[in-house]
Design a binder for this molecule. Structure first.
Ligand SMILES: C=C(O[C@H]1C=CC=C(C(=O)O)[C@@H]1O)C(=O)O
Length: 476
């Protein structure tokens, strides 16, 4: 974990967005360090005031400790404009991605952007986070004295320094209106989030991942075999493919395209992972928690009526789903009460697939830090299996992959401890200086699973990323 000398200061200002546009409309022209968006609203992080990395079994605890020591104190010291008080995620907020496995060679990340663009409940704001050097550090420049904004919030940041910070990220603020500098103005309400620059995007092609399709088919067969020999009830097996580009891929347009095409998913970027996930591991608002468990899939080409029958009336799909929902309830039980799971599950319709879906609600019993609630909840049987330890062990031998951040928690945590932790699905990991994205998808395997059907399902789950990257999947 990285030590942070000095302390942090955050200033939040209410802003207007260019007429009729949403936060997501700004994305194509930006180079974000972190993103979390749903239906055009959420958070875009630019640069980093602090970037904490952790590995191993203590990764959640180390990130939680950094949050407690450095971010949580800002809840007291950085007052919010009155109109933003009570909005989760408003003010200083860290975005995070945590590896699926403690054995991963990849880092888990907690990123506190130096500039955060936020929007929720129809309001928009910017938060600037500055690191105030410790007394024995070299001071770069002296700042102007603390001022007050119109609605009474303390403003540590001088207007000159704010302008410089905005300009560094291609933005400007005029009479409270945030806009892009130069020609790349957002197209208000533009449906697909794409701009004229798209024609100059790098050329992409699909190449094999860590293993062949045959390797995946063999792994699924071995998984079904283990289930039929009663070693376990369910396991989730993943595979990867690689999209290679002839130049570094700009993440802003890629994320904008995901946000436009999968508006009901959480579009995310944190560390080296990005995508658009439909699954919420756990959302924390004060003592309230909620989650959306997904498991059981039908290809979107089936159509809603047929998908409903195939999902709701198939005992295999229902079983696969029940195990995922039950695992979340069991894992949260030590830290929560009044846990309630929707029953029967609903059918969630996405552009590429249908899922069985269960909404869960509950209350946290004690002051468990949000990152440690996420640690409890992870890994559910939506991405690992039942029983967890047996499934995790089989996954590590059969998959032959380091999943990195794929299928780990991804999202944000604010100074008050409100948080969204999605599951990093339907995404990929940026590699090779941005010229490759390694896409992952997995499928829940239960007794009777057919390997060829599971392989086809991985392609359906990769469709959002393949589409955003301009690559056609093979015909399945
Ligand atoms: C593991 C993935 O999806 C999970 C979430 C929803 C449905 C799933 C399934 O039906 O297998 C998986 O459990 C993935 O997208 O890579």
């Amino acid at each position: 974990m990285t030590a942070l000398p000095g302390s942090l200061d955050a200033t939040t200002l209410v802003v207007d967005l260019p007429g009729g546009s949403s936060l997501a409309d700004l994305l194509p022209a930006l180079e974000p360090s972190a993103v979390w968006l749903l239906r055009g609203e959420g958070l875009i992080g630019l640069g980093a005031a602090a970037h904490i990395r952790a590995r191993g079994a203590e990764r959640f605890a180390e990130l939680a400790q950094w949050h407690a020591q450095h971010l949580a104190p800002l809840a007291e010291t950085s007052t919010l404009p009155a109109s933003l008080v009570g909005i989760p995620g408003a003010g200083p907020v860290a975005l995070t991605s945590i590896t699926y496995s403690s054995a991963s060679a990849a880092d888990s990340h907690l990123i506190l952007p130096e500039l955060i663009l936020g929007s929720a409940e129809g309001k928009a704001w910017i938060t600037a986070v500055l690191r105030v050097p410790a007394w024995d550090e070299d001071l770069e420049e002296t700042d102007e004295p603390v001022a007050q904004t119109d609605d009474g919030a303390a403003q540590v940041l001088s207007p000159r320094r704010l302008d410089a910070l905005l300009a560094k990220h291609g933005l400007q603020l005029n009479a409270g209106r945030l806009s892009l500098i130069g020609p790349g103005q957002p197209a208000a309400g533009k449906r697909d989030g794409r701009t004229a620059e798209d024609s100059s995007r790098p050329a992409t092609s699909l190449i094999q991942g860590s293993h062949s399709e045959q390797h995946y088919l063999r792994a699924v067969r071995a998984g079904v075999d283990a289930i039929e020999h009663r070693r376990l009830e369910k396991l989730v097996l993943a595979r990867d493919v690689v999209v290679a580009a002839d130049a570094p891929l700009p993440t802003g347009p890629l994320l904008a395209s995901l946000a436009a095409d999968y508006a009901d998913c959480w579009t995310y970027l944190a560390g080296d992972v990005l995508g658009a996930t439909p699954e919420m591991l756990v959302k924390i608002r004060g003592q309230d928690l909620s989650a959306r468990v997904l498991a059981g899939t039908v290809d979107g080409r089936a159509g809603l009526q047929r998908a409903r029958t195939l999902l709701l009336e198939d005992p295999k799909q229902r079983d696969e789903h029940r195990l995922a929902a039950q695992s979340l309830l069991d894992q949260l039980a030590p830290v929560a009460h009044q846990l309630h799971a929707q029953d029967p599950p609903a059918v969630l319709e996405l552009p590429n697939v249908f899922h069985l879906s269960t909404d869960v609600t509950g209350r946290l019993t004690a002051e468990t830090p949000a990152l440690l609630v996420a640690e409890r909840a992870h890994p559910t049987a939506a991405i690992c299996g039942t029983p967890t330890a047996t499934a995790a062990e089989l996954i590590s031998t059969l998959e032959g992959l380091d999943r990195g951040a794929f299928s780990g928690p991804v999202g944000w945590i604010d100074a008050q401890g409100n948080a969204d932790f999605g599951i990093a699905l339907r995404g990929g990991i940026i590699q090779e200086q941005g010229t490759q994205v390694r896409l992952y998808a997995g499928c829940g395997i239960v007794a009777g699973s057919v390997p060829e059907e599971e392989l086809a399902e991985t392609w359906a789950k990769m469709r959002p990323m393949l589409g955003a990257l301009g690559v056609l999947p093979p015909l399945t």
